[in-house]
Design a protein around this ligand. Structure first.
Ligand SMILES: *Cc1c(COP(=O)(O)O)cnc(C)c1O
Length: 422
């Protein structure tokens, strides 16, 4: 499609946008009493209006039923989280028994490593990407130390090539082959938080399995953003947070995938609690743990229902719209944003460099070579919420659920003003 940097053209794209009506299903923050242009759905998704209703329902049930809400609420609490599974399976490409919802992301990665990082003196290494999200780095370092290894011996980082801003799949696969039978685990972000790159999760998982390693994915920036086929890719496990593209609310619960082949095993290393034991017998309070036949076997505590409620509300929206439609709009709106950036760059003769590679989801990371943090502050003051990373990178994620083409056009105009005023 041939784009134009005009208001009329952007309005026309909005008119033809079949997801346009969903903008009104979300609440936008305001700056100077105007709704913002929101580019940080990759950090905290906006609030779906219906989530308040879902939370209110729990508050009312709790007020009116007390403990009886566990069994007699309209949506009983004891298996409330199971309502999230079916819509989530479609988002991540899994069978219902392979998915559960529990805890938060970093905690779940630790718990999954208890099961899937069981190093021996010979096979103890972990491959990850260089400069992984800090929480992932701390997690990996503390896990290898816990098992008595040194981080510098056990953690192998795949680097980008000199002068390049992205990882090459062939370099990741070559590293997997090189580490070979010393490799215990591959654990990488499916979509990199910094440059927005989508990893070739199918090819990397396959390479890891060939050398006999376990392969897990941190899907914080991938879930609700890109197509996922966790089962078919044959990943061992994955986990994600739900407050980024999934719009479930700040710090909300994480989701977990565990491949079918690891289910129904009593002897798998795992930290266990009462919510992982067979639900039919859970309240018999028996001393032996009899694991659920699903990923629920990894559940430890009874889930926080007040968190599950807005997550469920958001999943209803995903169920209604479907990933295919979201991905189609994502591709177009991100391409339009890229076009706008290039137009403005020409008009003001600055030098923006989009460091996000072709394999991308929603996010564009833009190196503002000529500009400093002043431009980021100018955007914020003028109702454009972006996010700033050292050095001179702004990350722009036009979430297809609620961002409009007119937002992209107006962003371009504000950016241009900001640079010219400097
Ligand atoms: C956002 C994000 C996290 C956050 O972890 P929490 O445990 O939810 O605080 C972890 N890893 C990556 C890659 C992320 O992008």
């Amino acid at each position: 499609m041939e784009f134009k940097n005009t208001l009329a053209f952007a309005q026309d794209l909005d008119k033809k946008d079949t997801l346009g009506k969903y903008r009104n299903a979300f609440t936008f923050p305001k700056v100077n009493s105007k709704e913002v242009i929101y580019f940080t759905g990759n950090s905290l998704g906006l609030q779906p209006k219906r989530s308040r209703e879902f939370v209110d329902e729990i508050m009312t049930d709790w007020a009116e039923l007390g403990v009886e809400g566990h069994f007699y609420a309209d949506k009983p609490w004891w298996d409330y989280h199971e309502r999230l599974i079916k819509p989530l399976c479609k988002v991540v490409g899994a069978f219902p028994e392979e998915v559960t919802v529990m805890n938060t992301l970093s905690i779940n990665l630790h718990l999954l490593m208890v099961s899937f990082y069981t190093p021996s003196p010979k096979r103890f290494k972990i491959i990850c990407e260089e400069k992984a999200f800090p929480s992932d780095q701390y997690m990996l370092q503390s896990q290898v130390r816990f098992h008595g290894f040194k981080a510098e011996d056990a953690i192998v980082e795949v680097k980008k090539r000199e002068g390049e801003h992205f990882w090459r799949t062939e370099d990741i696969i070559a590293k997997i082959e090189e580490v070979g039978d010393e490799l215990a685990l591959v654990l990488i972000g499916g979509v990199n938080y910094y440059n927005g790159q989508v990893m070739d999760m199918g090819a990397i998982t396959k390479a890891g399995k060939v050398v006999g390693a376990n392969v897990g994915w941190d899907l914080a920036h991938a879930v609700g953003n890109v197509e996922l086929k966790l089962h078919d890719w044959n990943a061992d496990f994955a986990a994600w947070c739900s407050y980024k593209y999934m719009n479930s609310g700040p710090g909300n619960a994480s989701g977990v995938f565990i491949h079918k082949r690891h289910l129904n095993k009593k002897d798998i290393p795992r930290f266990e609690g009462w919510w992982g034991t067979k639900k039919e017998e859970r309240f018999l309070m028996k001393p032996e743990f009899d694991p659920m036949e699903t990923a629920d076997a990894w559940q430890i505590s009874n889930p926080p229902i007040l968190s599950m409620a807005p997550y469920l509300a958001s999943l209803e929206l995903f169920e209604e719209v479907g990933m295919d439609a979201l991905i189609e709009k994502r591709n177009r709106i991100t391409a339009y944003l890229e076009f706008i950036l290039k137009e403005i760059d020409n008009e003001v003769d600055s030098s923006f460099e989009i460091i996000t590679p072709k394999d991308r989801g929603c996010q564009l990371s833009v190196f503002l070579h000529g500009e400093g943090k002043g431009i980021f502050n100018y955007l914020m003051d003028n109702g454009v919420i972006t996010d700033w990373r050292e050095q001179n990178v702004i990350r722009l994620a036009p979430a297809p659920f609620y961002c409009s083409y007119v937002d992209m056009y107006q962003f371009g105009q504000i950016l241009k003003e900001g640079i010219l005023k400097k």
